[in-house]
Design a protein around this ligand. Structure first.
Ligand code: ADP
Ligand code: MG
Length: 346
């Protein structure tokens, strides 16, 4: 949906767009007629050609099917716009491939993407910067499986229920569980551990608003006005995000001006701390009564439909959807030019 929205809004007089889809198996598919491919929900094989990125030379896309193997299907790609969420999209892996190809791309580089994706490393980096966050504990899946009673004792010594458990590197609330009491702990840990080798156990935020800030820029990033998510379910889980659609977006967030200023500054600090670039959405919990601020996470590839929080926040701040896409591409080119000036040998 995000890709479809970007394709629709991108300035076609300025940019010549080539669509690449990635199948669940990791296969790259070139949509010859990209607009059509995105319109139909059931894209048939004939519309899609398997391709690979020639990263060793000229950033061309080459055919992978047996008849025309190696034939160049698309000329050199100047800028990639990864509109991908989660592992192999948002975590620095595809960014690494694009680095090898010597290509410009929208958003964070390898380090910013990888740190933003791994909640344990992200939290450690935030802690190093003195940014406020909830207490947490990281448990490896192997340890949980080997010594569950000791892990349980450790969790119960450190926290009182409810706690949240989450896979360290996933997103979209997949595998995130709210544990209300001791008898739910094992099931929640097992669920989170089925999605990752590390599980983050975290204190539940005291009665809070979920507040989000959009950041845009490279070395001199800017923070948007704030938005608020009112979950339709007990928390903002997968169903609430993508299926039930009962949650509400409120812009601006219902917090005082002083708190808003503070949140925006922390969002910028978080962006810089993980080494993000281009764009990110930084998410917070803000106490309903005391407006106490806890940084929750940074998302280096936020949702990108016109009704997603990231573009909505920029729209409310004065940058419309098409202009935002344009700015992101400019930022990608700027960063690429900057990095090209770096020496890689003596
Ligand atoms: N410590 C917490 N206290 C209260 N709610 C939480 C906490 N952690 C997560 N949540 C809820 O779960 C949702 C998903 O958790 P989050 O850490 O943002 O993971 P993801 O990366 O999957 O989005 C949040 O938007 C929030 O509604
Ligand atoms: Mg989240």
């Amino acid at each position: 949906m995000s890709a479809k929205s970007v394709l629709r809004a991108v300035d076609k007089n300025k940019y010549d767009v080539t669509m690449i889809g990635i199948s669940k198996e990791g296969r790259w598919l070139l949509a010859k007629d990209s607009a059509k491919a995105l319109q139909s929900t059931e894209v048939t094989g004939t519309d899609l050609a398997p391709v690979m990125l020639n990263y060793s030379a000229d950033r061309t896309l080459m055919a992978l099917d047996s008849d025309s193997f190696g034939e160049i299907l698309e000329g050199s790609i100047d800028v990639f716009f990864p509109i991908l969420h989660g592992p192999f999209g948002e975590d620095g892996t595809i960014q690494g491939l694009l680095e090898l190809a010597g290509s410009a791309y929208v958003g964070s580089g390898v380090v910013g993407s990888a740190v933003g994706m791994d909640k344990e490393v992200m939290k450690r980096v935030f802690r190093g910067e003195g940014l406020p966050q909830l207490d947490y504990l990281v448990v490896s899946r192997r340890r949980w499986r080997a010594e569950a009673p000791a892990v349980r004792a450790e969790i119960e010594a450190k926290f009182t229920y409810p706690v949240f458990v989450k896979p360290a590197s996933l997103g979209s609330s997949v595998g995130v569980c709210k544990i209300h009491s001791a008898d739910e702990l094992a099931a929640g840990m097992n669920e989170a551990a089925s999605f990752d080798t590390k599980v983050v156990v975290e204190a539940a935020a005291p009665a809070s608003r979920e507040v989000e800030c959009a950041v845009l820029g490279n070395d001199f990033p800017k923070a948007s006005i704030l938005g608020e998510i009112v979950p339709g379910n007990e928390f903002y889980d997968y169903n609430d995000k993508y299926i039930d659609d009962n949650s509400q977006l409120i812009i601006p967030a219902r917090v005082s001006e002083a708190t808003s200023d503070r949140v925006r500054q922390i969002a910028l600090d978080a962006f810089t701390a993980v080494g993000a670039a281009g764009m990110a959405r930084v998410d917070f919990f803000v106490g309903k009564d005391d407006e106490k601020i806890y940084l929750n996470e940074i998302n280096t590839i936020p949702g990108f439909t016109p009704i997603s929080m990231y573009p909505k926040l920029w729209d409310a701040t004065g940058i419309g959807y098409s202009e935002l896409i344009d700015k992101l591409i400019e930022l990608a080119l700027e960063r690429h030019r900057d990095r090209q000036q770096t020496r890689t040998a003596l």
